[in-house]
Design a protein around this ligand. Structure first.
Ligand code: LLP
Length: 449
């Protein structure tokens, strides 16, 4: 089984949404998200398992609500994310708290709420949890994050399973941590965790990590007589942004199951990117086109503050031109129109499919932010003019969640579509909302806001 491919609604719906809600705007496809979750559930259905969606990938409450209703558990890294999960109807008892820097107040709140497990990242963190559990007279369920020292063969910034990375504990530290946890009356050891990185497309990286983890689990059972209820193997598989071949989920599930054949063990996975990435597009309007010497620029109204993955990780995203906003009236779009054509995918970078001599010139697609790193593509052949709406593909994961107000730009609207229905799931931010926390001191009185 491979991942479902993106099926985005036809251009007219997206254009109508750009017209109605303005740009930049993130648009997500509900059914694509649910299909992605179902693909994991189906691949692991022969085993006791739990798919804990990694909230950090896209934490919009409406998306969490969808996933909670479809049976997902959650992986969180802050008490804020836990609060989101609860608001969205998610089950805290199916929630894993990861992250290297959990604060005491967060630990106490999570203990009080009652989560499935704290994923321990260091010995001092374990000590803090033991103290918090004792002080609140609560038993803390924990798993230890094992760092297998394996190369995930992904971008260095999202590679987390090498010994030089800040995550997890080495084999000897993890042994010490399990011993310490076992000796404490305030701790209930429930599992083991591991996460080697994100956007992994090489199954051998997972195979190497799993074999290290399994050897360590064997050692735990024999030397410390610790029996684990769950094995957490971390984030999900990588996705296709350009021409990557995603790992087949069936092969992946088979690998995990054969590494851990005991049917009483619950297998936990924390996919984020592969649940939401290909379900999202960022709509942006072309403001200007300009050239100097042999350099050509398409300037759009989305910037690196709205989608930072290109600047941060040199990420590649396909980009399509949906056509001129002025050609669209909201009435252009009707349910019939959509249904007739609903399986049509937006052909990405249509220009590149033409013979080379007819293609538009190579250009950079850039944002309005005052930095040269503010671009979405370099040397891209895409025909467009001012007033056109472009769709930046596969931005459902680590898109809006990493947006900022840099350059005092308001963060975009978010819209969820379900077949022919679109729902606004986050209003575009207003200037008033952005500056409100600064309206204190002298300015509290003077401001008209
Ligand atoms: N579990 C843990 C403990 C994680 O640290 C992560 C991601 C996940 C699960 C989800 O992994 P996924 O299934 O999404 O690969 N901002 C970066 C990605 C950072 C990922 C960090 N950890 C990007 O835009 O590429």
């Amino acid at each position: 089984m491979t991942q479902p491919t993106t099926t985005l609604p036809k251009h007219s719906l997206l254009l109508a949404l750009a017209k109605q809600y303005g740009t930049p705007a993130y648009v997500y496809d509900k059914n694509c998200i649910l299909n992605n979750l179902t693909a994991y559930q189906a691949a692991f259905k022969h085993r006791r398992h739990q798919i804990c969606y990694a909230v950090k990938a896209n934490s919009n409450l409406h998306i969490l609500k969808l996933l909670a209703a479809a049976g997902a558990g959650f992986d969180i890294v802050s008490i804020g994310e836990l609060q989101r999960v609860i608001m969205a109807g998610g089950d805290p008892k199916k929630t894993i708290f990861s992250g290297v820097g959990k604060q005491l107040e967060e630990i106490i709140m999570a203990l009080d709420i009652g989560i499935e497990a704290f994923d321990i990242e260091s010995l001092p963190e374990l000590d803090t949890i033991i103290q918090a559990a004792e002080a609140t007279e609560t038993i803390a369920p924990i798993s230890i994050r094992f760092n297998p020292n394996v190369d995930a063969k992904t971008h260095p910034y999202i590679s987390t399973g090498l010994k030089e990375s800040k995550f997890g504990l080495t084999e000897s530290q993890a042994t010490l941590a399990y011993q310490r946890a076992k000796d404490s009356p305030w701790i209930n050891i429930v599992g083991i965790n591991m996460h080697i990185g994100s956007q992994i497309t090489d199954i051998d990286a997972f195979a190497n990590a799993l074999s290290e983890q399994a050897a360590f689990v064997k050692h735990l059972t024999h030397t410390l007589d610790i029996k684990l209820q769950h094995i957490n193997i971390g984030g999900g598989i990588g996705v296709c942004y350009q021409d990557e071949q995603p790992i087949a989920l069936d092969a992946f599930a088979q690998l995990v199951s054969s590494t851990y054949p005991d049917p009483n063990i619950t297998l936990i996975m924390e996919p984020g990117r592969s649940i939401v990435a290909n379900a999202g597009v960022l709509l942006t309007e072309v403001l200007y086109v300009k050239s100097h010497q042999d350099q050509h620029f398409t300037i759009v109204d989305a910037g690196m503050n709205d989608y930072i993955r290109t600047a941060l990780y040199q990420a590649y995203n396909q980009i399509s031109n949906l056509g001129a906003l002025s050609d669209c009236t909201i009435d252009d779009y009707t349910a019939d129109d959509y249904t007739a054509d609903s399986q049509q995918t937006i052909p990405p970078d249509t220009a590149t499919q033409q013979p080379i001599e007819q293609q538009p010139m190579e250009q950079a697609i850039v944002g309005p932010v005052c930095e040269s790193g503010d671009f979405f593509a370099k040397k891209r052949r895409l025909k467009s003019q001012a007033g056109d709406i472009l769709a930046i593909h596969d931005v459902g994961a680590y898109g809006f969640v990493m947006a900022s107000n840099y350059n005092t730009r308001m963060r975009p609207a978010e819209i969820l579509i379900d077949g022919d229905e679109a729902t606004l799931i986050r209003r575009r931010e207003t200037f008033e909302a952005v500056i409100a926390p600064e309206l204190i001191g002298d300015l509290a009185l003077e401001s008209e806001y």
